[in-house]
Design a protein around this ligand. Sequence first.
Ligand SMILES: [Zn+2]
Length: 84
Amino acid sequence: MTTAAEHGTYARYNAEMASGEKPCDLCRKAANIYIREWRAKSPRHQVEKARERARGKARRALAFRHRAEFLRLVDQFMASDESA
Ligand SMILES: [Zn+2]
């Protein structure tokens, strides 16, 4: 390995991945944190989160608007799950 990055860094995680070895716990945790923070700041991720919230609201609005059909579908899917 040519990198001097220490364990517990995203750089070392990438070096471990590139060398084909299984990243150690320290590096894996560092990478998880790095990626999570990067994602939280990413404008695209913000748009995806906003879209997911809007989709949830739309689903709840539809379930409220079509309550009888919604409940029928729930029963129907429950029944098909039980038979599976
Ligand atoms: Zn490591």
